[in-house]
Design a protein around this ligand. Structure first.
Ligand code: FPP
Length: 244
C-alpha cells in the first residue's frame, strides 16, 4: 500500500516490529527514577498505535518484556508489570472503539494470574476487530518461542498425528505465537543499540532493520515516518538477484 506523506509517495510496510529501548536512559537524563521512563514509554505506545493505523500499517508488534528482563530489580520488574496491567485494562474499550485487535505473544503462563485474565479478556473482546493488529510481546523470547513450538510439534509426532517429514517452514511458522501474522517488513530499534536481543528470531529472517539514536520515550509519528522513509530506500530481494 502506498500513501502520500508530506508530498512524497511512500510504500507503507504492512508489519512494523519495534524494540522499545532507552526508557532508563531517558529517565536518568532527567534525574528521574527508571520507572518514569517506562511510564512515558507506555504513553508513547498508546499514541503510536493510532499513528500507525493512521499511516496504513496493518500490524504493529512491540517488545514490552523479555524472558531476560526478569533479571532486573524486583522494583523495576513490578513497576513494568503494573504499567502493563494498567494499560491493558484501560485499553479494552478504547481498542474496541478504534477497531484494533490486540494480541499478546510470549509465555503467558509465567505471568501473574490477574494479568493473564486481563490479556484473555482483551484478546477475546478485540478478536473481531479488523483495523490495526497490535501485538505485545510479554515474557517473550525468540528462543523460548521456538522451543515451545518444537515441543508442540514433537508431541504431535509422538502421538502419531504428525509425520516428521510433514514438518516444513509453514508448519513451524504456524506453531509460533505469531501464527497468522505475516513476518515483519521493518524492525525499528531505538536508543542506538544494534542487536535483536532474542526478538522474533525466526520471523525477522528477511526484515529490514532501522536503528535510531532516539530514546523510546521521545519516539513519535515523525520518527516513525523517518523509519518508513528509510524502508522505502531499501530494495528487498529476499535472497534473489537484482532485476536490471
Ligand atoms: C527498554 O528500556 C524498555 C523496557 C524493557 C520496557 C518497555 C516497556 C514499556 C514501555 C511498557 C509497554 C507498555 C505497553 C502499553 C505495551 P530500558 O529500560 O532497557 O532502557 P535503558 O537501556 O536506557 O536502560
Amino acid at each position: 500500500m502506498t500513501r502520500v506523506i508530506d508530498g512524497e509517495e511512500l510504500n507503507i510496510p504492512e508489519h512494523v516490529a519495534i524494540i522499545m529501548d532507552g526508557n532508563g536512559r531517558w529517565a536518568k537524563k532527567r534525574m528521574m527514577p527508571r520507572g518514569m521512563g517506562h511510564k512515558k514509554g507506555a504513553d508513547v505506545v498508546e499514541q503510536l498505535c493510532e499513528d500507525a493505523d493512521d499511516l496504513g500499517i496493518r500490524y504493529l508488534t512491540v517488545y514490552a518484556f523479555s524472558t531476560e528482563n526478569w533479571k532486573r530489580s524486583e522494583e523495576e520488574v513490578s513497576g513494568i508489570m503494573n504499567i502493563l496491567r494498567k494499560h491493558l485494562l484501560g485499553s479494552i474499550d478504547r481498542s474496541v472503539k478504534n477497531n484494533m485487535r490486540v494480541r499478546v505473544i510470549g509465555d503467558k503462563s509465567g505471568l501473574a494470574e490477574d494479568l493473564q485474565d486481563t490479556i484473555r479478556t482483551l484478546e477475546e473482546k478485540t478478536a473481531h476487530c479488523t483495523g490495526l493488529t497490535f501485538t505485545i510481546a510479554i515474557n517473550y523470547g525468540g528462543r523460548d518461542e521456538l522451543t515451545r513450538a518444537a515441543r508442540k510439534l514433537a508431541q504431535l509426532a509422538a502421538s502419531g498425528e504428525l509425520k516428521p517429514e510433514e514438518i516444513d517452514e509453514a508448519r513451524i511458522s504456524d506453531s509460533l505465537d505469531t501464527a497468522g501474522v505475516p513476518d515483519p517488513d521493518l524492525l525499528i530499534r531505538t536508543s542506538g543499540e544494534m542487536r535483536i536481543s532474542n526478538y522474533m528470531i525466526w520471523q525477522l529472517a528477511y526484515t529490514e532493520f532501522y536503528f535510531t539514536d532516539c530514546l523510546w520515550p521521545d519516539f513519535n509519528k515523525e520518527e516513525l515516518i523517518r523509519a518508513i522513509r528509510y524502508f522505502n530506500g531499501r530494495e528487498r530481494r529476499f535472497g534473489g538477484v537484482k532485476n536490471v
